[in-house]
Design a protein. Structure first.
Length: 253
């Protein structure tokens, strides 16, 4: 398990401040729910941690590793994986192949060996076996050789999770994983996230608008508004915080 520290992070887009001196800590093995109205800066934070964005100021530490020193293409190899609001799967590939795609950033084949095929088959067998075990873990093994195209949205959400887990992350970033799911699928997803944390030993940062799910599975919750942290604590503490109530209901804090 690993620890994430975000220290005084700021990010600006022209005259717009998306993150304004944001600091938070997620302890090893915690599920941290990140909440806030649209435009609060949640996805910007995700994009900084996953190295899509380079913040203007601050630090992001994964244990003792400065993630801001890692190029975007190297982030998966350092133990960070994420899902996205919009699915980015390969529709023509089957479930097993889509899952295997998530493992290649941690592979050891290298360019020269890939050209000569030396050692490639052995590594591919290992990746395939690991991917199938992940599909079993997420109860998707019956779809292993089924193309992703035209499958139910909730099923594809689980497939995207399998692909992220194939990178063997220490830190898992989930960007609105419950979006578009039915109530039954949301309940199932909540249990899956807890099982992933418990059985695979991950630290999880979760951005989600489905408040019941966030409050039900998070060890800590961080509330944001206008790029700043306005509350942090247990789900019960944050739910009752006056600034959180004001941000969501438009009342005076």
């Amino acid at each position: 398990m690993t620890r994430l520290v975000v220290d005084d992070l700021s990010m600006r887009f022209g005259g717009i401040t998306a993150l304004d001196g944001l600091s938070l800590t997620i302890e090893r093995g915690q599920i941290c729910g990140l909440i806030g109205p649209n435009g609060a800066g949640k996805t910007t934070l995700f994009n900084c941690v996953s190295r899509i964005y380079q913040p203007d100021e601050g630090r992001i530490l994964l244990d003792d590793l400065d993630l801001l020193s890692v190029p975007a293409h190297g982030i998966a190899a350092k133990g960070v994986a994420r899902t996205f609001q919009n699915l980015g799967l390969f529709p023509s590939l089957n479930f097993l192949e889509n899952t295997m795609a998530g493992a290649y950033p941690r592979g050891r084949t290298g360019f020269v060996r890939a050209l000569t095929r030396v050692g490639v088959r052995r590594e591919e067998r290992t990746i395939r076996a690991d991917a199938y075990r992940l599909l079993e873990f997420l109860e998707l093994e019956h779809l292993a050789f089924t193309p992703a195209a035209d499958q139910p949205f909730g099923t594809l959400k689980r497939l995207e999770l399998a692909r992220a887990l194939a990178a063997r992350p220490q830190l898992l970033l989930l960007d609105e994983p419950a979006g578009g799911l039915t109530h039954a699928e949301v309940d199932e997803l909540a249990q899956t996230i807890k099982r992933v944390r418990d059985e695979l030993g991950l630290t999880v940062l979760l951005v989600e608008h489905h408040m019941a799910m966030v409050m039900g599975i998070s060890d800590q919750v961080v509330a944001m508004n206008f790029g700043k942290k306005i509350a942090e604590g247990t789900p019960a503490e944050v739910r009752q915080h006056p600034e959180v109530v004001a941000a969501y209901l438009g009342t005076r804090a």
